[in-house]
Design a protein around this ligand. Structure first.
Ligand code: GDP
Ligand code: MG
Length: 629
């Protein structure tokens, strides 16, 4: 049984065709009937289908009997001079056996690199898919690196060969160069079209042939690796698992080794891709364990499930567990105060299925009640915000994102902060540490100078440039994470017409000369505008910020001073002129209540005005300032 299992993933840079290939595999193995097939079958989130990116693909079990034309030919053509030889070749040949193939997903993007590493730890093989028109891109390399570190068998395949401008020969050289940087040489590089299906069967046969059957001992105490989990209102937290050792049944009592939780298993089963209950899951298999637990944080990715019973229990958890660590923080507020409870519920809902999402309630004088949220990275943040907007129909104000700073204070205290409001007075600070990343930018040569110019605008150190296959350059750079969390990626895409790509790994904290920039409006500090920035850019950023604020705030009937300050010292200043009477006499002529009423009407009664001392700012204006980076 175990020797007929193949567990694998598809790794690819976004858009290189992972979901489309998965569709073809489902068809080829008859897992999903052709008439029920719609594109990107395993992408379940509306957001994914719409934007065509794969955030989370369903795991799926397929049954497959590899009858390839080459295979059957080679056997029928064989002269049966030796009947014993023939029988042996039949026995060895693939086509007598049915295989169980488990395809699971990796989230692909760097934000989820830990999740990727756990998904890869659950399988023995990976199809490395590279777009024949785009070549090797940043995530291709980042994912390949993790796959190699996990000791997986890697099958490279060039996809989209049906496209007229595909350049498979160049891309093949790039792939060879990439493998060479790891001192590896692939046996063969497949050429396929996930769209037309060309070459897909051969590729799948190669998975069966070269990916090793899972190891593990069904007789040993149970150890199941949780590589993903989701919440179900009936079954509680459903852990997606790879059973490494032992056997697990429904109704048994289980123990989670990291979170130290016990519970009774409600159900075990496999993915078709819909969940199908089964009697047991054995070593080598991939499936799910419905834990009955009520909180996803109790069955975290990377945890190990074993039996509760002392005599059946494993004592060594599977290696590689890490706590989810948010890297980027932002405050979010409802666009209208009355939506607070709705938004609270929405966050709770999202959290049910996302253990990595962190939030705590906070209060801002300017924006009212909201939450400080922690995200794994910018894509994670974007996904969460997009879902709040789309699935819960909420209007949200999001503050400028921040990284985590470690601050050593003169009184010996070391504090961790991720919100400008908590930044101590400069006179109290001995040293501030900020997270650094190693970045890899991949770009076609024609965009090199633009990319280098962009890299020079961020604080960081150039490390290295490498050529891959003559068509792609790989630039290595080290820089503070703070430099790339706002608009670096968008700028990179725009200077390279979308061709350059980025991946990064956090490499640790380093001292950073950063300061807190405050904004005063008509003499009152507006805390919501404060941000932590590098000192060397303080003046420029301060000037840009006051200019932006001047541009977007509504005029009052008096002149408003806009000042940027550091530690109380003014570094930039602008004045928003008073509204001239003739234009706005109608709107602003009346008393405050009337003016407010009119403004509210103008905003369809939806936006909320905040009097900041003497100055009124609405949520939309805040948003415009935050968006300016
Ligand atoms: P993913 O982000 O890696 O999951 O990529 P998708 O499978 O969503 O594919 C991205 C886009 O490329 C979609 O528009 C697909 O239709 C298209 N695509 C995928 N494979 C092929 C292929 O072999 N040929 C062509 N012409 N288009 C493809
Ligand atoms: Mg996709």
């Amino acid at each position: 049984m175990q020797e007929h299992i193949r567990n694998f993933v598809i790794i690819a840079h976004v858009d290189h065709g992972k979901s489309t290939l998965a569709d073809r595999l489902l068809e080829l193995t008859g897992t999903v009937e052709k008439r029920k097939m719609h594109e990107q079958y395993l992408d379940t989130m509306e957001l994914e289908q719409e934007r065509g990116i794969t955030i989370k693909m369903q795991p799926v079990r397929m049954r497959y009997r590899p009858v390839s034309s080459t295979n059957s030919e080679s056997i029928t053509n064989k002269r049966m001079t030796d009947s014993l030889e023939f029988v042996n070749s039949l026995k060895d040949s693939l086509f007598v056996d049915e295989y169980e193939l488990n395809l699971i997903d990796t989230p692909g993007h760097v934000d989820f690199s830990y999740e990727v590493s756990r998904a890869l730890a659950a399988v023995e093989g990976a199809i490395l898919l590279v777009d024949a028109t785009k070549g090797v891109q940043a995530q291709t390399l980042a994912n390949l690196r993790v796959a190699i570190a996990q000791g997986l068998t890697i099958i490279p395949a060039i996809n989209k060969i049906d496209l007229p401008h595909s350049r498979p020969d160049d891309v093949e050289r790039e792939i060879l160069d990439v493998f060479e940087t790891f001192n590896l040489l692939p046996d063969r590089i497949f050429r396929i079209s996930a769209k037309t299906g060309e070459g897909v069967e051969e590729l799948l046969n190669e998975v069966v042939r070269s990916v090793p059957a899972p190891g593990g001992d069904a007789g040993a105490p149970l150890r199941a690796l949780v590589f993903d989990s989701m919440y179900d209102s009936y079954k509680g937290v459903v852990a997606h698992v790879r059973v490494v050792d032992g056997v697990v049944h429904s109704r048994e009592r289980m123990h989670l080794m990291v979170s130290r939780q016990e519970s009774e298993i409600k159900e075990v089963g496999t993915f078709s891709p819909a969940p199908i209950p089964s009697v047991e899951l054995r070593a080598g298999e991939i499936g799910y364990i419905a834990t009955g637990l009520k909180e996803i944080s109790l069955a975290k990715i990377g945890d190990t499930i074993t039996h509760e019973r002392e005599d059946l229990r494993a004592y060594e958890p599977l290696p590689g567990y890490k706590d989810p660590m948010p890297a980027v923080f932002s405050s979010i507020f409802p666009g209208e105060e009355s939506a607070f409870d709705e938004m609270k519920e929405a966050l709770e809902q999202l959290k049910l299925n996302d253990a990595a999402l962190y939030y705590e309630q906070e209060y801002s004088e300017a924006l009212g009640r909201g939450w400080k949220c922690g995200f794994l990275g910018m894509l994670h943040m974007e996904i969460v915000l997009e879902r709040l907007r789309r699935e819960y129909n909420l209007e949200i104000v999001v503050t400028t994102p921040s990284v985590i700073y470690q601050i050593k204070k003169k009184n010996g205290e070391i504090i961790t902060i991720y919100t400008p409001a908590k930044f101590p007075d400069p006179t109290e600070i001995v040293e501030t540490l900020e997270p650094w990343v190693r970045m890899e930018v991949m770009t076609p040569p024609e965009y090199l100078s633009g990319v280098m110019q962009l890299l020079q605008t961020i604080r960081g150190d150039y490390k290295d440039t490498q050529t891959l296959g003559g068509q792609t350059l790989r630039i290595t750079y080290e820089a503070p994470l703070a430099e790339i969390i706002t608009d670096f990626y968008d700028k990179l895409k725009s200077i390279s017409s979308g061709y350059a790509s980025l991946s990064y790994d956090v490499i640790g904290d380093q001292p950073g000369d950063v300061v807190k920039l405050d904004v005063m409006l008509a003499g009152d500090k507006v805390e919501a505008f404060s941000r932590i920035i590098p000192r060397l850019r303080a003046e420029r950023d301060g000037r840009k910020l006051v200019e932006k604020i001047k541009e977007v705030i509504h005029p009052e009937n008096f002149a408003v001073a806009i000042q940027a300050t550091i530690g109380g010292k003014v570094i930039a200043r602008e004045t928003k002129s008073a509204m001239s009477k003739d234009v706005t006499g109608y709107l602003y002529g009346g008393d405050y209540t009337r003016k407010k009423k009119l403004l509210e009407k103008q905003k369809r009664g939806k936006k909320r005005m905040k009097a900041m001392g003497h100055v009124n700012i609405d949520a939309e204006t805040f948003m415009k300032v935050f968006k300016s980076g």
